[in-house]
Design a protein around this ligand. Structure first.
Ligand code: MG
Length: 263
């Protein structure tokens, strides 16, 4: 079956509201979005903290899955490392623009660094014109957050699309109250496929937990592999399963650790 037919089949998947089935961790590859999935969403990306209990769960899952666990986030690698310190998980940051594989090698796409540098002042100007909006400069992508200015998002999107019309290789990605300028090559589905091509992920069943529209490309990639795509929270999705909230997602993950630890 060719990839376009596969993709359309993935889009037609009907969300099953029942809980996802239990995992065999030794045969699973775990891919976890961070904000809105493992951690509740906050007004500012700097306001979040990783509880010690979550770190413990992630460590145990990584051990029990033979190292086949990766964080997949829009956040930069450096911020993810700060959040999850002292651990150093395999991860895809900035939607895959930066990827650290399971043995610690970095794969970084710097092709658009110069163009992004040129666009940075414009992003700042646009955000300054919208009360409550602010720019998060991630280095290889630029996010404009507008959680307190949802009504202005459409206008902001229009202005950014105009600015990007003459740029090649960059496009706009819209998440929850955030617009991001990033490489067209950067999406979470692509990042997941890159991990799945490498040990220890290769040959395992991919399991992906995510909450946002930016996770849909990863859900599609997982569905094509017959894996477990799990949407966290409300909203339409191609994911096959759903967990109600970050709390429910973390409980579900922690439950697998408890099962393994049972004498
Ligand atoms: Mg998220």
């Amino acid at each position: 079956m060719n990839s376009s037919r596969n993709a359309s089949r993935a889009r037609s998947v009907i969300l099953d509201p029942t809980l996802p089935p239990a995992l065999c961790l030794q045969a699973s590859a775990l891919f976890l979005d961070v904000d809105g999935t493992l951690l509740p969403l906050s007004a500012h990306p700097r306001e979040v903290e990783v509880p010690a209990s979550l770190l413990e769960t992630l460590n145990a899952l990584r051990d029990l899955s033979g190292g086949a666990l990766a964080l997949v986030s829009g956040r930069p690698q450096a911020t993810l490392d700060q959040l999850f310190a002292p651990e150093c998980f395999a991860l895809a940051g900035q939607h895959g623009t930066e990827r650290r594989d399971a043995v610690g090698n970095l794969h970084i796409d710097r092709r658009h660094a110069e163009t992004l540098a040129r666009l940075r002042p414009l992003a700042g100007e646009l955000a300054a014109g919208i009360p409550g909006a602010f720019v998060e400069d991630k280095g290889l992508s630029i996010a404009i957050h507008a959680q307190h200015a949802q009504g202005a998002l459409a206008r902001l999107r229009h202005l950014l699309e105009e600015a990007l019309a003459t740029e090649t290789g960059l496009s706009l990605l819209e998440g929850k109250a955030v617009l991001e300028i990033r490489s067209v090559q950067a999406d979470k589905g692509r990042a997941l496929r890159a991990f799945m091509a490498e040990p220890p992920f290769r040959g395992r069943l991919p399991v992906y937990l995510g909450d946002d529209v930016t996770d849909e490309s990863a859900f599609e990639a997982v569905n094509l592999e017959g894996g477990l795509s799990i949407k966290v929270g409300p909203g339409p999705s191609v994911a096959r399963f759903r967990l109600a909230s970050p709390d429910a997602a973390v409980s579900w993950l922690t439950g697998h650790v408890r099962l393994e630890e049972r004498p």
